[in-house]
Design a protein around this ligand. Structure first.
Ligand SMILES: C[S@@+](CC[C@H](N)C(=O)[O-])C[C@H]1O[C@@H](n2cnc3c(N)ncnc32)[C@H](O)[C@@H]1O
Length: 285
């Protein structure tokens, strides 16, 4: 029996459970039954593209982790909502409490590394870059880099392109827009494209937080906002305990408005503002 009303494809509880389990194992994202309609509507598009006639057949495809549809399904079920300067108090904190020290260090030749984990389509790392450029226009001349990662390769591609409709720009200061973006028209719609000076500060890379992390740090700043909210409590604690060793002593971690640092990581941090944590103990050598 279908668990979604008036559905074109039968979608049983067994199908939903298999999809939820597959997504959880791969990404850490948890889905309860209230998400059945959302899962159905996102995945029917995939069934149509593939010419598959039932969710049962689709499930046998995606339960094979070697099948490319496995990764496509996981990407299709991620929530990628984001915007420029979202939770702007973090960018104010970065600008006034963190960057002055980091810029002095960069001027003295230190490497500055910032990680935007779960960066979605790039608005978050570009907001970080614009915040840096607003006080250090010559940022490119220093060893300052932002690593922007996400599990979803489609949003990573959007981030690399750095092209956004004008309608998304209302939270970007007009002076920053005119200094660091080009106006372009795409299919009759006005867009802004981040220019090379901004884009060259950021490396966009696909990365599943559940898998191995190739980078060794240290990062002086980490943004991991509105990502772990989709994970269960043990997975959240595990992510924080993996991130903290990569954060420099006195480094800052920004998290989403409804998230909290939990588990063993808590003992290594102190609150430095709203959903803002500073690392307090020395990183293991
Ligand atoms: C709601 S968006 C948040 C974007 C941005 N950080 C912000 O706050 O505006 C959550 C992002 O986390 C990513 N994500 C979810 N699970 C992930 C995982 N296991 N590894 C890496 N990224 C993941 C999703 O693809 C999505 O782009």
């Amino acid at each position: 029996m279908s668990i979604v009303a008036s559905s074109e494809f039968a979608f049983t509880q067994q199908d939903f459970d298999l999809i939820a389990r597959t997504l959880y194992d791969e990404t850490g994202i948890t889905l309860d039954n209230s998400k059945a309609t959302l899962v159905y509507s996102r995945l029917t598009k995939r069934l149509r593209v593939l010419g598959i006639e039932s969710f049962r057949d689709y499930c046998s495809l995606v339960s094979d982790s070697g099948n490319e549809e496995h990764a496509r399904m996981c990407a299709a079920l991620t929530t990628n909502v984001t915007r420029f300067f979202r939770e702007n108090h973090h960018f104010e904190h970065l600008k006034t409490k963190v960057l002055p020290g980091l810029i002095s260090a960069a001027r003295a030749g230190k490497k500055i590394r910032i990680w935007s984990a779960g960066c979605s389509s790039g608005e978050e790392p570009y907001s970080i870059a614009l915040t840096i450029l607003s006080i250090l226009p010559a940022a490119r001349e220093y060893d300052i880099r932002i690593l922007a990662t996400d599990i979803n390769p489609h949003v990573i591609a959007t981030g690399k392109a750095g092209l956004y409709p004008e309608s998304e720009m209302s939270d970007v200061d007009s002076a920053l827009r005119s200094k660091w973006m080009e106006r372009v028209t795409v299919n009759g719609v006005k867009h802004y494209q981040l220019d090379n000076d901004v884009r060259s500060l950021i490396s966009f890379r696909p990365l599943n937080l559940m898998g191995a992390w190739p980078m060794s740090g240290p990062f002086q700043v980490m943004f991991c906002r509105n990502v772990v909210i989709y994970f269960d409590a043990p997975t959240q604690a595990r992510i924080w305990s993996r991130m903290l060793p990569l954060l420099d002593t006195n480094g800052v971690l920004y998290i989403g408005h409804s998230e909290r640092v939990t588990g063993t990581a808590l003992a290594q941090t102190q609150v430095d503002g709203t959903t803002t944590y500073r690392k307090t103990i020395k990183a293991a050598a």
